[in-house]
Each structure stands twice: as C-alpha cells, then as structure tokens.
Design a protein around this ligand. Sequence first.
Ligand code: ADP
Ligand code: FRU
Length: 293
Amino acid sequence: MFQKILCVGLNCFDIIQICNSYPIEDSEQRSIEYRMQRGGNASNSSTVLSLLGSTCEFMGTLSKKTFWEFIQKDFEKYCIDISGCKIYYESQFPVSTIIINSQNGSRTIVHSNKDLPELDYEHFKNIDLTNYSWIHFEGRNVSEVSKMMLSVNDYKNVSELPITVSVELEKRKESLCLAALADIVFVGKEFSKNYNWDGMKTTLIEMRKHVKPSSTVISLWDKQGAMASSPEGIFSAPAYPPATVVDTLGAGDTFIGGFIHSMSRGKDLNESLHLACKIAGFKVGTYGYDELK
Ligand code: ADP
Ligand code: FRU
C-alpha cells in the first residue's frame, strides 16, 4: 500500500540576509545576498524528506493573504502534498527575519506570528490515518498536539498497519508532556538548556523518565553530533563538519528529515543516527537545502 510520511507543525516565510559579520546594534551594512525561503521546522523537515526521495505531506495552517503564491509554489516545487492543511483567508503568514553570519554560519532568528492560528485537533481528526507510515509532530501548541498524538496512538492500538509517531521538543518547556506519546523523541539543545541539562548524556538520562520504555530518545547538540537511547542501549554519532560552515539555519530540521528518511528505508538506529549527522553536516556547509538532492 502507498504510504506517506506526514510532518505536522509550523510553516512560515523566512527572509534571510547573509552578512559578512553579525551586525552591531544601530549600525548599517549591506548584506552579501538575501533570499526568501519557506520555513518552519516541520515544513523544513518535509523539504529535506522530499529532496532525499521520501513521499511526504505537510500539515499545518496556511494563509491565502500574504506570501501565498510563493509558499504554495514552493511546496509544489518540492512535491510536498499540502492538501490536508487548514487554510485561512484573513490572517497573515508568520514571518522570520534571519541573519546568517557568513563567517561561522550562525543564524539569528526574529520570528513573528501576528494572527495565524495554530492547527487544531478538530481539523487533524479528519485525516485518513491509513495513508501514513510515519507521523512527525513539532512540539508546539501542546494541548491540541497532545490530542492529535493520542488519537494516532488510539488508532495504532486497533490497526494492523504500523505508524511510527515522532515528536520534536525544540524550545518550549511545556512540550515535555508530548514525549510520553511518541515512539521517537528528538530533543534539541535549547530544550535541554531550558531544564539545565548540561549535555546529551544528561538529556538522555532525564528524558528516559518521561518516555515509554519502548521509545527512542535522540539528543541533538550542534558540533557535538547526536546521541540516542533506546531499549537496545546507547548510540552516538559525531558531527560531520564540512570544510566551511556557512548556514546552520534548519540544521536540526535537516537532521530529523534525514533520520526519518533513513529509518523509513529500513536502516537501523545506529546507521540512521550517523546518516542524519552526515546529512545535517553536509547541509550546514551549503546555503538552503537544495544541494541535499
Ligand atoms: P538546531 O538547528 O535545532 O539548533 P543543532 O544546531 O543542534 O540543531 O544541529 C542539529 C544537528 O546538525 C547536530 O546534531 C549535528 O549533527 C548537525 N550540525 C549542526 N551544526 C553543525 C556544525 N557546525 N557542524 C557539523 N554538524 C552540525
Ligand atoms: C529553522 C526554523 C526557520 C523558522 C524558525 C521558526 O529551524 O524552522 O525556518 O523561521 O525556525 O522557529
């Protein structure tokens, strides 16, 4: 049967300025280049999945008011199905203004969401779960996303078709409760820092208290690579730095896309961890995502 990977979360409009150096407050400089990109964690991971060859769908809220043409064409260009998205007509797209320092690839994000509502369970519940082999959730809008994850788990209990459920805990402290509802939990370093966990080992030890015994937890930590804890034990992969780091925007999203792609193709946890670090390492040496193809 034809089955897809579904990524549920934010889509926004990224305006990216690549600068010679990080600006000084109240100064003026010309950027080297600027570009506009479809952004948002789940949206970026779906781009990566699609570039790697997975069949992928994105679900979130979209607006027809601003940037619609750009966003819609871009989803189309990467063959990402958005037919299940909830469309608004009067709200504005969330926008991120991003400065990339070309000297070290750092990305500084200023994000704004004026009035586009988050995806709700009432909308999500209409999807046909038989279409999906994997559903990945961004850990946001916790009360609604937990209902979505619970409903997929209820379906898994009665269905013969397996669905892997993953969640990304990136920033928000309150998203910790979603970990108990996932088979695979990606934990970003900002999330760990919120809880004063000082590294990947501590993150894995602490996170095991919040997940199902059968689940896998993966801690991502930029130049240190990634570590995973599963019922089979602890695995780690180093970062694979490129010759020059130029653009770290979406490194974590790329890791997640690479990891899901690899596991979906039947590779094991250790291999997938290494592959995801290699793909994310390659990405930070290039601008955007297109060279992943
Ligand atoms: P986020 O984009 O969510 O802040 P990280 O910066 O922790 O995520 O990066 C996610 C993954 O990307 C890391 O686990 C690592 O594999 C890879 N990565 C990030 N930065 C670098 C880097 N400078 N060199 C090589 N790999 C990197
Ligand atoms: C990168 C990213 C950007 C977006 C921002 C939202 O991980 O998804 O594309 O602007 O984070 O927080």
